[in-house]
Design a protein around this ligand. Structure first.
Ligand code: AR6
Length: 172
């Protein structure tokens, strides 16, 4: 089933030496607060310069750059939905973020990836619902990507860890 390839850690994602880390970005791809700000701070100005060439990113889509000064080789920037109550396609758009990220994982043949809890900070997506979507898409990706050895989910706060643990208990 692949759950043995899913790891929960409480670490700052910017320190992780994986093939790619995922950034919970905004449509401009030019930086912001939260994990986005932390990634740009740690990666240095080369990341922003590369992002400027990408002409932004639509919600539910993903774009890849180099990792610059990060230990990670690549950054996959995805733009999660802002939570407006659930009636504006937020669950579908969040699932699309994960699917687009894993399409890049397949295209680049990546073996290890770390992902923050996309949309659950500034964008306000409820943590438990987001975790169910994330785990569902990750399980699917692990079946489709036998080369993918490790999916690290950074929890960063207790509520996020609990939400992932609960979602992982539910069998697919
Ligand atoms: N490492 C891992 N996770 C982190 C880190 C970190 N260094 N910092 C925060 N988190 P958020 P969003 C967690 O707000 O909701 C930005 O301004 C955080 O606790 O970073 O998708 C962008 O530019 C939460 O669990 O992303 C956008 O404008 C998770 O990362 C907007 O925020 C996501 O929280 C995107 O909002």
């Amino acid at each position: 089933m692949g759950d043995e390839r899913i790891f929960l850690v409480d670490d700052d994602i910017t320190g992780l030496a994986v093939d790619a880390i995922v950034n919970a970005a905004n449509n401009s791809l030019l930086g912001g607060g939260g994990v986005d700000g932390a990634i740009h701070d740690a990666a240095g100005p080369g990341l922003l310069a590369e992002c400027r060439t990408l002409q932004g990113c639509a919600t539910g889509e993903a774009k890849i750059t180099g990792g610059h000064q990060l230990p990670a080789r690549y950054v996959i920037h995805t733009v999660g939905p802002v939570w407006h109550g659930g009636g504006k396609q937020e669950p579908e758009l969040l699932a699309a973020c994960y699917r687009r990220c894993f399409a890049l994982v397949a295209e680049y043949g990546l073996q290890t990836i770390a992902i923050p809890a996309i949309s659950t900070g500034v964008y306000g997506f409820p943590k438990e619902a987001a975790a169910v979507i994330a785990i569902g898409e990750i399980r699917r990706a692990l079946i489709d990507n036998p080369q993918l050895l490790k999916v690290v989910l950074t929890c960063f706060n207790q509520g996020t860890r609990q939400a992932y643990e609960k979602a992982l208990k539910d069998k697919p």
